[in-house]
Design a protein around this ligand. Structure first.
Ligand code: S3P
Length: 434
């Protein structure tokens, strides 16, 4: 396990091209693997999670070339995946495990076992197992299907309806993918407000998928040319850019630009919250790349005030709560985070791990059942912290170190490889220019 030491930087300056979006990189590989034809994906995220997805599809007979952030996928078509001869290792990646379980559950003749690291094997899977069983899928797992390894016996499903009770894009996507190779229309209603990259990308591949109000409807293709291969450039990941947005906002001498970042409204709640806290944010060069909006975002030193983060915005910033908690600790006044019980189901229990680390940095912060209450203090004391193997915690504590008093020691710093392999290079680059 690696430990990094980081101290406050006198100045933060720079323009960064953040790595490709993790959610979109996964989907670009998965959906092109079952597409007809060859696709080239550029600005792909070569992080450990997305490499797990590539390895799983290779194990099912898909030829995938990968050189750094350029990937070529030779699609095998909707019925072309081969039964894997061994268990599929999803590593640390919930998106790999949950989306693939859905996809494979609908493929006739398929048998697969999906597993992952200790963190992934402790995360809840009933959220996908129950709806997929409801559609007629044959699945099992430890604790009656609650935990991975998950076994899947694929069968052609008949579509149907599912009402989402949690705003999980992984669950929504799993159900839609199960229906893709079926023979009936699938509708998903309820909390469909999680990220919509699956809907956008499948539509871009010629699949009949529509969202009206709070219902997504997918009609499986009858013609074998669908889905067709879709070459794309993956937008920069707003969840990675958010570390630099907060770094700039909380630092007294900073101006940072993140270039080519995805501006999908289901993903940029953090930007809205930072603005509400008083951050100086400029969004420029807004354009559309493929089926996603993209822009450059500049944030400069700001005086932040506490805020309330709850309700409908939560799914659009759920992965950014660790770094927003750092912003709140550096703000004036109290910040309340509520309606975010989903934090407990992430790579770590992020209510507990975030509260513990901020307390160690001298912040008055209290865990609640569905979030936390942070008393802004305007400064942080550097200390010993641990990523607990959670990439977003390693990066949040590194950003905290840029403004903290003393030297922060971050154990488990290699966790950044999951979503931002060049994070330590980039943080050195922006701080060095000070
Ligand atoms: C993701 C959805 C979110 C998010 C995760 C990636 C996706 O999880 O936290 O990092 O790619 O669909 P949930 O679906 O559990 O909300």
């Amino acid at each position: 396990m690696a430990t990094r030491q980081i101290s406050a930087a006198p100045r933060l300056r720079g323009a960064l091209s953040v790595p490709g979006d993790k959610s979109i990189s996964h989907r670009a590989v998965m959906f092109n693997a079952i597409a007809e034809g060859k696709a080239e994906i550029t600005h792909f995220l070569p992080g450990a999670d997305c490499l797990s997805t590539i390895a799983c599809f290779r194990a099912m007979g898909v030829q995938i070339e990968q050189h750094a952030d350029r990937v070529v996928v030779h699609g095998v078509g909707l019925r072309g995946l081969r039964e894997p001869s061994d268990v599929l290792d999803c590593g640390n990646s919930g998106t790999t495990l949950r989306l693939m379980t859905g996809l494979l559950a609908g493929i006739d003749g398929m048998y697969a076992v999906l597993t992952g690291d200790a963190s992934l094997r402790s995360r809840p899977q009933r959220r996908i197992v129950d709806p997929l069983r409801g559609l007629g899928a044959t699945l099992d797992g430890r604790h009656q299907g609650a935990l991975a390894p998950i076994s899947v016996r694929g069968a052609r499903l008949h579509g149907g309806h599912y009402a989402l009770s949690i705003a999980s894009a992984q669950v929504k996507s799993a159900v839609l993918l199960a229906a893709l190779s079926g023979d009936g229309v699938m509708t998903v209603s309820g909390r469909i407000d999680g990220r919509d990259h699956t809907e956008r990308m499948l539509a871009g591949m010629g699949i009949d998928i529509q969202t009206r109000g709070n219902v997504v409807t997918l009609t499986p293709p009858v013609h074998p040319v669908f889905p067709y291969a879709l070459s794309l450039r993956v937008p920069g990941d707003p969840s990675s850019a958010a570390f630099w947005w907060v770094a700039a906002a909380i630092h007294p001498n900073a101006e940072l630009t993140t270039m080519g970042v995805g501006m999908n409204p289901t993903r940029i709640g953090a930007l809205e919250v930072l603005r509400a806290m008083g951050a100086r944010v400029t969004v420029s060069n807004l354009r559309t790349e493929g089926s996603e909006p993209v822009a450059d975002v500049t944030v400069a030193s700001s005086s932040l005030t506490g805020t309330t983060i709850k309700g409908a915005i939560i799914p659009a910033l759920i992965d950014e709560i660790p770094i927003l908690a750092v912003a709140a600790a550096m703000a004036t006044g109290q910040t309340v985070i509520a309606d975010a019980a989903e934090l407990k189901a992430k790579e770590t229990d992020r209510i507990q791990t975030v509260v513990e680390a901020l307390q160690a940095m001298g912040v008055r912060v209290e865990a609640t059942a569905d979030g936390m209450i942070i008393e802004g203090r305007g400064h942080l004391d550097a200390t010993q912290v641990d990523s607990h193997g959670d990439h977003r915690l390693a990066m949040a504590w590194a950003v905290a170190a840029l403004v903290a008093r003393g030297e922060m020691h971050i154990a488990g710093s290699e966790a950044v490889d999951v979503s931002y392999p060049d994070f330590w290079r980039d943080i050195a680059a922006i701080a060095e220019q000070g």
